[in-house]
Design a protein around this ligand. Sequence first.
Ligand code: C5P
Length: 290
Amino acid sequence: MDLEKNSPCKVNLLLNILGRRADGFHELETVMQPVNFCDELSFERAGNGIQLSCSDKSLPVNSKNLVFRAAQQFLAAAEISGGVKIHLEKKIPLAAGLGGGSGNAATALLALNELFSWPLAPEKLHEIATALGSDIPFFLQNKPALATGRGEKIQPLENFPALRGKAFLLIHPGFGISTPWAYQNLARFPKALNGQKGRAEKLISLLQTADLKTASGELYNSLEAPALEKFPVLQLFQEFLRANGALAALMSGSGSTTFAICENISSAESLEEKFKSKFGQNCWTAVVPI
Ligand code: C5P
């Protein structure tokens, strides 16, 4: 029996870093928005151990892969001696700030729990997810959320009225940004490193009660400080997108993806065309309804 699951990605509408913690992670508040652009995973009970395959040959298929580690942790916690075969069809760009790998790990935990008839409680899945990576608990649920702590404390939210009917234009510049690099280099930007708490609450309130034009002034990402300094083209992308009709434009997560929010699908598609004729064909782009 094969179990097939879509594994969506996310953007951070706000990523406000509050300071560096004693354990080396950063305390933050972030508003995370699911994006219905997906990798595909399939699962099958088979033999012993974990057999992982992946369409993208640049990704490891051993314990360096988050899906493999999620499956290992799941089988151990559920005390299952049988094995699983997993295939990952990769569509989401890598090192993109879209949480592709984190989403894959969460999807694997949920799917394996289903495949083996729910041996683990949601709290246990959350505990495994947190140990695997800060962004993974968000993907155990599929709603917008306020995430705090190092990103693992999730408060689910209803869909934001300000985003209803809108569309994302995602743009990956063709190079990735490593998350540890972005956090390390944030140290050179004391203001971005030590943000004021409360910006998330303000943005959430505006997304619930005001229009996007009003709320868009509150979209913010602390990690743009190191990323846009090293890659000024990302700044140019945002300026171009705003000047050509985007209601908002920001870098997602630790980069390198820029997202624009557009009035609807057709305006996102025409912005995509304009963007491609200006910046060439090397960028990966996708238009996704919200
Ligand atoms: O938790 P995750 O494995 O996704 O984090 C990757 C890296 O990003 C960490 O090793 C750390 O350098 C940095 N990070 C951080 N503070 C966070 C989340 C991630 O410093 N809240």
